[in-house]
Design a protein around this ligand. Structure first.
Ligand code: AMP
Length: 406
């Protein structure tokens, strides 16, 4: 990407703020040459139990692995000024902090692009809290803390929903009465920054695939899949919330809504109890009774762990077929995120259900985590590491450049 000369040399702080952890990545920005490059990244985890800061430089050396338990009052926002101070103290003297970019889960029906944070935008994002009550408040709290402690620092919000705005109404509509659809009960889709990164990667490195119909499987602790048709999202497995689609680490994926009615009546479960069940006690953890971590399940030999893995693989394969159907076919499959990038076994097991579609892996390439892992006669299957932080950094630079040019 070429930056306008109006963009200064400096650093960008990219934050992904959750309920008990904050992920941070700092990029160096140069007006010329290699324009955006990572400097260091890490996370502040265990906030409220045993806060720990771990940070590694892009060169691999460890910069922090320290307890923050003494400063921890159980609140993520309360620790952010200290985190910002830590980051600024570790920036090279000639790289001032230029801006912060945030991952924000929900941009609603109207926010189709990343945006510079203003009071007005914050107000608009607050109205979306009921749509993502577990994630949106954490994202917005981080923005507010930075605005209070560094009002001079430009901030950019990048929405996980924005990339899916190209979808047709048949992909975004539930079969509900129209007035509910009009009230915002529709499919939004998430992981948009990851899919946008993959779409750009295909355009730059695999243009023959970028012009076709690609199913991208973002398989991590949260998992979803996306139908990319000529680089645009035309359908996705997550919908109104991050619960829809395939089973995840601790989330259910698709459920018959009749189950919720039954649980409410038979077990008198209220909204909070259902929320806990659907978001935190289900998925791989719920089925296995052991762990939400695919590595743990693959290392075990008990029936419940095997069943959790089998369920994940067949449901993911079925979703690939569903998205292929919505595009009228499939020209390539891409795996990304924690499980998609690192687990040859899960990729092999998912693809074993897709031989009839014309998908077959090359065993050695798959085990080597090669870029293309399919056999020569197969539809192309690729492993592409995602980089949502870089996507946010690019958007942040674009908006800074526009602002400086205005
Ligand atoms: P993410 O949410 O994209 O960071 O992915 C995190 C998840 O990836 C973890 O919970 C693990 O289940 C999974 N994962 C990471 N590495 C491996 C691996 N080598 N094999 C299987 N699963 C993995």
């Amino acid at each position: 990407m070429t930056l306008s000369s109006s963009t200064q040399r400096g650093a960008l702080l990219i934050l992904n703020s959750g309920s008990s952890s904050v992920k941070l990545t700092v990029f160096r920005v140069e007006p010329r040459g290699e324009q955006i490059a990572p400097l260091f990244s890490g996370q502040l985890t265990g906030i409220g139990t045993d806060a720990q800061l771990s940070v590694k430089a892009a060169t691999g050396e460890r910069m922090a692995n320290e307890s923050w338990a003494e400063r921890d009052t159980g609140s993520v926002p309360a620790l952010l000024p200290d985190l910002l101070a830590w980051v600024e103290a570790h920036l090279p003297a000639d790289l001032p902090l230029l801006a912060a970019g945030h991952r924000v889960v929900h941009g609603g029906a109207d926010l189709r692009h990343p945006a510079m944070i203003t009071e007005h935008l914050l107000g608009e994002l607050e109205t979306l809290i009921p749509l993502a009550p577990l994630h949106q408040p954490q994202n917005l709290a981080a923005i507010k803390v930075l605005a209070d402690s560094r009002s001079d620092l430009p901030q950019v919000a990048c929405f996980d929903t924005a990339f899916h705005h190209t979808q047709p109404r048949t992909a975004t509509t539930y079969a509900l009465p129209r007035h509910l659809t009009d009230a915002g009960i529709r499919r939004y889709g998430f992981h948009g920054l990851s899919y946008e990164y993959i779409a750009r990667h295909l355009e730059e490195h695999l243009p023959q695939l970028a012009s076709g119909r690609v199913v991208v499987a973002h398989l991590g602790n949260g998992s979803s899949l996306c139908a990319l048709n000529r680089g645009a999202s035309t359908d996705t497995s997550m919908g109104f919330s991050v619960l829809e689609g395939v089973p995840m680490g601790t989330r259910t994926g698709n459920l018959d809504p009749g189950i919720l009615l039954y649980l409410m009546r038979k077990f008198e479960m209220d909204a909070d109890a259902l929320e806990h069940l659907l978001y935190h006690q289900s998925g791989l953890l719920g089925v296995s009774g052991v762990s939400n971590d695919m590595r743990v399940l693959l290392s075990r030999d008990d029936e419940a762990s095997r069943e959790a893995v089998d369920l994940f693989c067949i449901r993911t394969a079925k979703e690939i077929c569903s998205l292929a159907c919505s595009m009228g076919g499939i020209d390539a499959l891409v795996f990304t995120a924690g499980i998609g990038e690192h687990s040859a076994e899960i990729r092999a097991r998912i693809c074993s259900h897709l031989k009839w579609v014309g998908i077959e892996l090359n065993k050695d390439l798959n085990e080597d985590n090669a870029e293309r892992i399919s056999s020569p006669a197969s539809l192309p299957v690729h492993v592409i590491p995602t980089n949502e932080e870089l996507m946010i950094a690019r958007h942040t630079v674009d908006l800074l450049t526009m602002r400086n040019a205005a």
